[in-house]
Design a protein around this ligand. Structure first.
Ligand SMILES: [Zn+2]
Length: 429
């Protein structure tokens, strides 16, 4: 099989890095024979903490031309060198999303993704726009007047950004939000899951699409260690995996074995293109995807498709013994117009017991909104976390405090609080 020979090429290259040889506890021919026997998925999954702890035995600087940072681990920060040719592959994968939207020479692109040092997709989109010839306007998402000016005076047809950030922009510009004919028609939704397990837009993404008046939106998925993993086509059948660059498996977090067909699991990725600063072989991303499907798509592509990302392994919540992912909760709650804003918080109470609560702010009576939301959550997810009505400024403060500690791209909606009292002092309900 084609995939087998490419897997074997990656494994052979990875074996030159001492960490893999040690971790696999087999000689190379034996590992390659496992692949031939269809036992590739018996190799151990490696994780970000392994990268941090075994840097010199895993990473090669080579002819690197960029460094990608990824947050969320203790110990040595993971700042991976991206080799020159590796960057070209990553740029190609991102360019596919722009091409699928119809972007090309002569087009104009409003680029709302951050180019800061903790976010790798921003610079990749910038390079991809040069590759296909669409002209980018780089706008910081905080500079509202400049964004309005770019739309009013240049009328870009395309925009790339996070839908939640786009909604905020429209909201905060208010009367200054440019009229429909000056807004982009086609959007690349990045750094979030914009559709659900049935491939329908999430309420948040739908709202962004309606408020901006987009004709078409496409969602893309990737991570800083691996580049872009896949993107939607116009048939909206999940993420088409970039199967020339990566091999993707779904693994059941409970058993460590491949997920059953149609079932959710952790996205485990092996790099297929070489060279790479970090050669991922069965790298556990921590993202949980809804499903993996190899059936051909209506668009004609035959690449496997990945269902939406429903959560993170480390964000699995136990509510009454049931596993629940925050995004699934928001997909339900965001349908309710009476809930103005919400945030899911986890904290330890006075007895050190872990509590999970949905803090919300409602436009009408809080008890009414809470019971409607609870009933809807029970119906869709079988369980509901306790709800707590709080003033809107507390929700904003929780998010902003958290945002200040992250890469400044995703607006956090699930927050682990170690100082819950500082938010709740003075709040009665
Ligand atoms: Zn397709």
């Amino acid at each position: 099989m084609q995939t087998y020979s490419r897997l074997k090429a990656s494994i052979s290259a990875a074996y030159q890095r001492r960490y893999y040889a040690r971790r696999w506890e087999r000689d190379l021919p034996e590992v390659l024979a496992m692949v031939d026997r269809g036992q590739f998925d018996r190799l151990p999954i490696i994780r970000k903490k392994d990268l941090s702890a075994n840097w010199d035995d895993l990473v090669e600087y080579g002819d690197f031309v960029d460094v990608v940072s990824s947050s969320g681990t203790t110990g040595r920060p993971v700042e991976l060198p991206v080799h020159r040719q590796q960057e070209q592959v990553w740029v190609d994968c991102v360019a596919r999303v722009l091409s699928e939207l119809g972007a090309g020479p002569g087009g104009k692109l409003l680029q709302l993704l951050s180019n800061n040092d903790m976010f790798s997709l921003g610079p990749l989109v910038w390079l991809a726009s040069k590759k296909i010839g669409v002209g980018p306007f780089r706008c910081s998402a905080q500079r509202l007047q400049r964004i309005a000016d770019v739309m009013n005076y240049h009328r870009p047809q395309f925009v790339v950004g996070n839908p939640m950030v786009m909604l905020n922009i429209a909201d905060e510009l208010g009367a200054d939000f440019p009229p429909l004919e000056r807004r982009p028609k086609y959007a690349y939704f990045a750094a979030c899951a914009a559709f659900d397990a049935e491939n329908a837009l999430t309420p948040m993404a739908q709202r962004a699409k309606d408020v901006w008046g987009f004709e078409e939106v496409l969602n893309e998925y990737g991570c800083s260690e691996l580049g872009s993993i896949g993107h939607e086509c116009r048939a909206h059948n999940g993420f088409h995996i970039n199967d020339d660059a990566v091999h993707v498996e779904l693994v059941d977090p409970l058993t460590g074995r491949p997920s059953a067909p149609g079932k959710s699991g952790e996205v485990v990725v092996t790099a297929l293109s070489l060279p790479r600063g970090f050669i991922a072989v069965r790298y556990g991303t921590g993202d949980i995807a809804a499903w993996l499907d190899t059936a051909p798509c209506a668009c004609g592509r035959r690449s496997p498709r990945l269902g939406t990302i429903i959560g993170r392994i480390d964000h699995q919540l136990k509510v009454l013994g049931q596993t629940v992912y925050p995004d699934l909760i928001f997909n339900v709650v965001d349908q309710l117009t009476e809930i103005v804003d919400s945030v899911l918080v986890k904290y330890r109470d006075a007895l050190q017991a872990e509590q999970v609560e949905l803090w919300f702010c409602s436009s009408g009576r809080a008890e009414q909104a809470a019971s409607t939301a609870t009933a809807l959550l029970q119906r869709h997810l079988a369980v509901s976390p306790p709800l707590r009505s709080v003033p809107l400024d507390i929700i904003r403060r929780v998010k902003q405090d958290r945002m200040a500690r992250s890469n400044g791209v995703k607006l956090p909606r699930y927050v682990d609080l170690d100082n819950v009292r500082t938010y709740l002092d003075g709040v009665t309900s």
